[in-house]
Design a protein around this ligand. Structure first.
Ligand code: NAP
Length: 551
């Protein structure tokens, strides 16, 4: 990886496209645009590639989609050559993989690190974007491609007294690059989402004490992670094209071998046996036990009861077990967590659970924090408090479309996109895994490849037809937003106060942001729209305009 720590003069340059973000989306998009012979620059505030896997270095960080599936499928050379060390790989290995891909494709010369995009404005006369950065750079590009990720805007709640705490603070999503040593320290962890559930068991092995502040208990399934075996790897590598295609045809981009019948269609004994088998094999595919767990409350209750029972079996102190057992939302409607000995960790003498429901955190003090009921002293506090998910990175970037409209203002009542790929009044701006696409409800690698392939095909089409400007129509956008709401309302998801709904940020509009219709359906829809000449988009300039004028 090139050393990007040196000060440098501001750059003025023109490209076919500026790509914001050097995670897997930005990397693959750059590769594809090069394939079209287009010029592109990837800009990222990080010092290297990897996006979410660059930032989330907290202890225990690990992907909860199997590595053989959470990886690129576009290059057989890459998928055959890379060797995953574990079934569910840890963050350092995923970051190594991202660097391996960047080396393999020689992406480095077209990437600019330690540079934050601070503004982008569409020039209506020239049909191009002007992009400004915090290093004084100005880039002009016909296309702006947002590869900013869905969980990239880490958020520390606005606690009173935050800056007065004298100990160390960490956010799981912006973890230091140097090793953090908790040996002998009293550590407070705020939050019990996926990041907390992965990090708490590891921190507890090191720290003198860990106090976990829980506002909402979460459902978690054991990962049953194991080292990769040669036989398992071979089995995948021999059938990779077929397996990748199978993943694309699933609901969420993960091969989970779902049972296609209702939880209520079998006897209680059979149901229990099915859950037990899934629990024993581990991972998020637990939710594929039956086909109606996200649609039917009574079915969902059976799965939730099963997991609550497991929590009570594992956690020895009945009062703690009771507090850890989620009751406020249907299982799966907040992102299901996958853990390694999370619930077991509460059996350790140095771990204490504090239920915040009766008494929320009131403030941070110089020596710790205070709830309405109790005061705590800590040497370090870990904020596992999540992200301004899906929209934060986009709305904070100062993006201005036509007529002076900003993305921030346009999305004040929730994000509005067409297919999650484009937004009305933001011409020539694409989003990879944007709000309104399956994104976070799917294996991100499958969604990234889908979106990048679609965007690349679209850009080739625009060039071939001399189209100067492409924009989602407001009608198509509103219909897609409405469709998204309709599909979400057929599920149990809106019942949970989740980050999918924007509920984790005070004042954020409550809108279900990802598209829940499933990857396979979404792919079909996107392909159909492209095949029909990009219906729902206004294409102007060049041949497109001539053709429309002649109609
Ligand atoms: P998260 O799921 O949003 O969890 C944040 C936690 O902080 C929640 O327990 C939340 O409580 C709590 N919290 C927020 N504000 C608080 C406050 N003011 N006081 C007390 N508690 C507060 O964030 P995350 O754990 O970082 O995970 C985000 C997503 O990243 C996951 O859902 C997943 O999609 C992805 N992720 C994946 C993996 C993986 O692949 N294994 C690992 C980590 C993350 P409430 O629930 O009450 O709001």
């Amino acid at each position: 990886m090139p050393d990007a720590t040196q000060p440098r003069p501001a750059i003025e340059a023109q490209y076919d496209a500026v790509i914001v973000g050097a995670g897997f989306g930005g990397m693959y998009q750059l590769h594809r645009l090069r394939g079209l012979g287009m010029t592109a620059k990837v800009v990222d505030v990080a010092k290297g590639v990897g996006g979410t896997w660059y930032w989330n270095r907290y202890p225990g960080a690990r992907c909860d989609v199997e590595s053989m599936q959470y990886s690129f499928g576009f290059s057989d050379e890459i998928q055959q050559e890379w060797k995953w060390p574990e079934l569910f790989s840890a963050q350092p290995d995923i970051l190594k993989y991202a660097n391996f891909v960047a080396d393999k494709l020689n992406l480095w010369p077209d990437m600019l690190f330690e540079t934050r995009v601070e503004g982008a404005k569409f020039d209506e006369a020239a049909n191009q974007w002007t992009v400004r950065t915090n290093r004084g750079d100005t880039f002009v590009a016909k296309f702006l491609i947002m590869a900013t990720g869905c969980l990239s805007s880490a958020r520390v709640p606005d606690f009173k007294g935050l800056s007065g705490f004298k100990g160390k603070t960490y956010h799981t999503g912006a973890w230091p690059h140097e090793p953090v040593d908790f040996t002998g320290l009293r550590v407070g962890v705020i939050g019990t989402g996926s990041s907390a559930i992965q990090s708490i068991p590891v921190i507890a092995e090191q720290a003198a004490s860990v106090t976990v502040f829980q506002r909402t208990p979460n459902f978690s399934i054991p990962s049953r992670n194991v080292p990769m075996t040669e036989a398992y790897e071979r089995q995948w590598k021999e059938k990779y094209p077929e397996m990748r295609e199978m993943a694309r045809q699933t609901r969420n981009g993960v091969i989970a071998y779902p049972n296609d019948f209702s939880a209520l269609s079998v006897s209680p004994e059979e149901r229990h046996a099915i859950y037990e088998k899934r629990w024993e094999s581990g991972g998020t595919t637990f939710m594929a036990s039956f086909n109606d767990l996200i649609f039917d409350q009574a079915s969902n209750d059976t799965a939730a009861d099963f997991v609550r029972g497991k929590i009570k079996d594992i956690v020895k102190d009945p009062a703690t077990a009771e507090l850890l057992a989620p009751t406020s939302h249907p299982i799966g409607t907040k992102r299901i967590c996958v853990d390694t000995r999370y619930f077991e960790t509460y059996n350790r003498p140095n771990v204490r659970l504090v239920d915040l429901r009766p008494a929320l955190i009131e403030e941070l003090t110089p020596t710790g924090l205070k709830t309405a009921a109790e005061e705590f002293e800590f040497d370090a506090i870990v904020f596992a408090t999540g992200f301004d998910a899906m929209t934060g990175a986009l709305t904070n970037m100062g993006v201005e479309g036509t007529g002076g409209v900003t993305l921030e203002a346009e999305w004040r009542d929730g994000p509005r996109t067409y297919l999650g790929l484009m937004a009305a009044q933001f011409p020539n701006m694409f989003m990879i895994t944007g709000p309104g696409s399956p994104s976070v409800l799917s294996n991100m690698m499958v969604s990234i490849e889908q979106d990048v392939n679609w965007i690349t095909g679209c850009m080739a089409h625009l060039r071939a037809n001399g189209v100067a400007r492409m924009e989602a129509t407001r009608e198509a956008q509103e219909a897609w937003v409405l469709h998204g709401i309709e599909v979400a309302n057929k599920t149990l998801y809106p019942k949970a106060a989740s980050w999918y709904m924007g509920a984790n940020i005070p004042g954020k509009p409550r809108v279900f942001m990802p598209y829940i219709g499933g990857i396979a359906t979404y792919r079909e829809k996107c392909a159909e729209i492209a095949a029909n000449g990009y219906t729902g988009f206004a294409l102007t300039g060049g041949i497109a305009q001539v053709a429309r004028a002649a109609e």
